[in-house]
Design a protein around this ligand. Structure first.
Ligand code: PLP
Length: 425
């Protein structure tokens, strides 16, 4: 198992915690799961899309359904109280994971996309006007770009883009002139899910605050892969998804500064988020429940809690070191071949993913050949169509790494790219 010399993580024992990593692929896909004819070991390099879950997360979710499945905050019976305590404890665990002041600052949503919409629509639609500007980056994921674009269209606010340089960095000179007295929000992706570029968030937050604007950070790719402390980040909002950090699908997080969240009106209305309702009017629950309308993702929150515990046990500094080592190895191996275009910054200063194209081969064809070899990567525009337009490419293939990946798996990727090269020669 190549990698052990490169990383501080004990990858072999980590892999033993992930049941899915023992499966093979290559059989018919009309039913889920390994088929009798499948023989190729799974090489899962699509972690920026969705990561896998360790047994402890799977057990936490099934434990809830097996022994205390009930709605939260609604019943005075024991199961409901147990579920409520577990649901609240999940908020506390996430708050401590990101250095938040407390559970009141941690809102559970469906995913990063919903967290973005909560602020773009809940705050932006009510607050922005034709004299305002919203500043985003040219490397935003659609989850951030589209909500701000639509809110700006409806309010008349101007949407401005901080460009990306040819070297794959944010153009901070442009940022300094784009963020001005009209700016009400600076919304920035912390780590680009296509380029791997790491945005200088603290500096951007300072520029925003100097203009009395808020700063929103899309942490979908950063929170799972490195230590993220909201105080050090300096921003006002942070969004991320459970399914990219060993947790289940169906749960995301919006962190916001308490004072800012207090001022904001709810985004969704209904049960759970109210304090008192009459036929004429309603008042709201305290934070964070004011923003969690309806039955929340209870099992998912319990699963996310277990995921956070797993990551904390590994240590996020060590997770980052592992990501850096594996990404540098993959970058160098792919770059060495000479016929592969890699997007984003070279060197160490990038997130744990590499998007690339093999000359003369469409990314979809490439990923299908990789799939034949058991190597799962993402192919397409990775929800960054405008960025792909700017790069003048229709699509790219993206390999993304997590705590259980090895250098052997990167070698399998490079070998499979070699098969594609020969097929298309
Ligand atoms: N932002 C970034 C940078 C992402 O990579 C993703 C997912 O790929 C998202 C936002 C959206 O995440 P979700 O689909 O969980 O809402």
């Amino acid at each position: 198992m190549g990698i052990q010399s490169l990383t501080p993580l004990d990858v072999a024992s980590i892999r033993a915690d992930f049941p899915i990593l023992t499966r093979t692929v290559g059989g018919p896909v009309d039913t889920p799961g390994p088929s009798p004819t499948a023989a190729t070991p799974l090489v899962y390099l699509d972690n920026a899309a969705t990561s896998q879950s360790p047994q402890s997360v799977i057990d936490a979710i099934s434990g809830y359904y097996e022994s205390y499945n009930a709605n939260v905050h609604r019943g005075i019976h024991q199961l409901s109280m147990e579920a409520s305590l577990a649901y609240e404890a999940a908020h506390d665990a996430v708050a401590s994971f990101i250095g938040a002041a407390g559970r009141e600052e941690v809102i559970f949503t469906k995913n990063t996309t919903e967290s973005m919409n909560l602020v773009a629509q809940g705050w932006g639609l009510r607050t922005l006007g034709p004299d305002d500007s919203v500043v985003v980056t040219a490397m935003e994921h659609h989850a951030s770009l589209v909500p701000w674009q639509q809110v700006c269209k409806r309010t008349g606010a101007e949407l401005r883009y901080i460009p990306v340089t040819d070297a794959g960095a944010l153009d901070m000179d442009a940022a300094r002139s784009l963020i001005d007295a009209s700016t009400a929000m600076v919304s920035v992706v912390h780590i680009s899910n296509t380029l791997g570029t790491i945005a200088p968030v603290a500096e951007l937050a300072e520029l925003a605050h100097a203009q009395d604007a808020y700063c929103f950070v899309d942490g979908a790719q950063s929170v799972p892969t490195r230590p993220v402390d909201v105080d050090r980040l300096g921003a006002d909002f942070l969004a991320f998804s459970g399914h990219k950090m060993l947790g289940p699908t169906g749960i995301g997080v919006l962190w916001g500064r308490e004072a800012v969240l207090e001022e904001m009106e709810p985004y969704l209305y209904g049960g759970e988020m109210i304090r008192r309702v009459t036929y004429e009017d309603s008042t709201w629950e305290e934070l964070p429940w004011k923003f969690e309308a309806g039955t929340p993702p209870i099992a998912e929150a319990i699963g996310l809690h277990a995921a956070v515990e797993y990551l904390e046990e590994l240590g996020m500094e060590r997770v980052r070191a592992h990501e850096d080592a594996l990404t540098a190895y993959a970058y160098d191996r792919l770059a060495d071949s000479g016929d592969i275009d890699i997007y984003g910054p070279s060197g160490q200063d990038r997130g744990g993913l590499v998007a690339f194209n093999l000359e003369g081969v469409h990314a979809h064809d490439l990923s299908s050949i990789l799939d034949d070899a058991g190597v799962a990567v993402r192919a397409g525009d990775h929800c960054t169509q405008p960025l792909h337009d700017a790069l003048e490419i229709p699509a790219s293939a993206r390999a993304s790494f997590y705590i259980y990946n090895t250098t052997d798996e990167v070698d399998a990727l490079v070998d499979a790219v070699g098969v594609a090269r020969e097929l298309f020669a």
